[in-house]
Design a protein around this ligand. Structure first.
Ligand SMILES: NC(=O)c1ccc[n+]([C@@H]2O[C@H](COP(=O)([O-])OP(=O)(O)OC[C@H]3O[C@@H](n4cnc5c(N)ncnc54)[C@H](O)[C@@H]3O)[C@@H](O)[C@H]2O)c1
Length: 319
């Protein structure tokens, strides 16, 4: 099969690319490297089944592709919510809004032309600051259209609307993955998401900083589990026009993550608390994955300790 992965040089996209290459597919990655890294795909550049196009989804002329595409995954988008990161969607606000809206439209039209299958990488952020826990797919969310996270949340929400329009009216074979917090090797050090911060601080024996009192909970999915879910959602027969949460429902407090990482790295770091908690930081977000279990026979398999050990090893090698 010929597979197009936008954002394939990013954290999640690079793992998905490797999975499809392992399955014997031909994989084309288009990525402008705005938040991804060529390091994530360097080892693939000589693979005859792999083609890297360093370009922007919004401006690239897809007519230049001389391939009949079978599967199209749209993952291209800044994803870090951290205000302090230059690669966050706050700093790349217009880019984030456009790639998830006009970019999604362009890729859906391409999918239609190729009679391919399409997967839109949406996010748990479409639930905003949720009023019900855990979140099931029919929940509409609680999002402020002009709030601090709106450039990402609302662009993803409109990306979902476009995708559903194409499956309803244009009969395109499409599906939506609502991805919850994911971690693992190939995350960027400078994206400043919690796990990366904690691991890097612990490895350097610097103070591990927690914003707020550390009682906020997070549920984190290891990337190998996530891409297994994305793959099944794309490939399985009964997934057309479906919206599916993919994440790990196991919840821990932020303080627990800090303590576990400190222990696994044998770090001398002390854990310190800083105020204030960012205004837009959700107290709690946790997926209900009963639909994924039923529809895809999928659930996360990698334990937190195993996933963290692999991630810590990755950062040990690049620090
Ligand atoms: N990582 C998570 O926890 C998480 C959670 C929910 C949703 N998601 C979604 O999954 C997808 C991948 O996220 P990630 O964590 O791998 O992020 P990432 O930043 O590592 O990967 C995104 C990739 O898209 C590329 N890109 C951005 N804009 C582009 C454009 N206009 N043209 C071409 N390439 C472009 C970037 O260079 C990068 O390589 C995103 O759509 C994100 O919104 C991720």
């Amino acid at each position: 099969m010929n597979v197009l992965i936008t954002g394939g040089a990013g954290f999640i996209g690079s793992h998905l690319t490797k999975l499809h290459l392992k399955k014997g597919d031909y994989v084309i990655v288009i990525d402008n490297l705005s938040t991804g890294s060529k390091n994530n795909i360097n080892e693939l550049l000589n693979n005859k089944n792999f083609k890297f196009i360093h370009n922007d989804v919004l401006t690239f002329d897809f007519k230049l592709l001389n391939f009949n595409l079978n599967l199209i995954y749209h993952l291209a988008s800044p994803a870090s919510p951290n205000h302090h990161s230059l690669i966050s969607y706050h700093h790349l606000a217009k880019e984030t809004m456009l790639v998830n809206t006009l970019g999604t439209l362009k890729l859906l039209e391409l999918t239609k032309k190729h009679q391919a299958k399409f997967l839109f990488a949406s996010t748990s952020e479409i639930y905003g600051n949720p009023l019900i826990h855990p979140q099931k797919e029919p929940y509409f969310g609680n999002v402020n259209p002009i709030g601090p996270r709106a450039v990402y949340d609302e662009a993803k929400r409109f990306g979902e609307t476009l995708t559903s329009y194409f499956w309803n009216k244009e009969k395109v074979d499409a599906r939506i993955a609502r991805i919850f917090n994911t971690y693992g090797p190939n995350m960027r050090i400078d994206d400043k998401r919690m796990i990366v911060n904690f691991i890097c601080q612990a490895l350097k024996d610097e103070p591990i900083t927690i914003y707020g009192n550390g009682k906020q909970t997070r549920s984190l999915c290891f990337v190998d589990d996530l891409i297994d879910g994305l793959f099944k959602l794309m490939i399985n027969k009964n997934t057309k026009s479906e919206v599916v949460n993919l994440g790990n429902p196991e919840e821990h407090t932020i303080l627990e993550y800090a303590q576990i990482i400190k222990k696994l790295t044998n770090s001398k770091s002390e854990i310190i608390f800083k105020e204030p908690l960012p205004a837009d930081d959700p107290e709690k977000r946790c997926p209900d994955i009963s639909k994924a279990k039923k529809l895809l026979s999928w659930q996360p398999k990698v334990s937190l300790i195993e996933g963290l050990k692999k991630t810590i090893n990755y950062f040990k090698n690049i620090l």
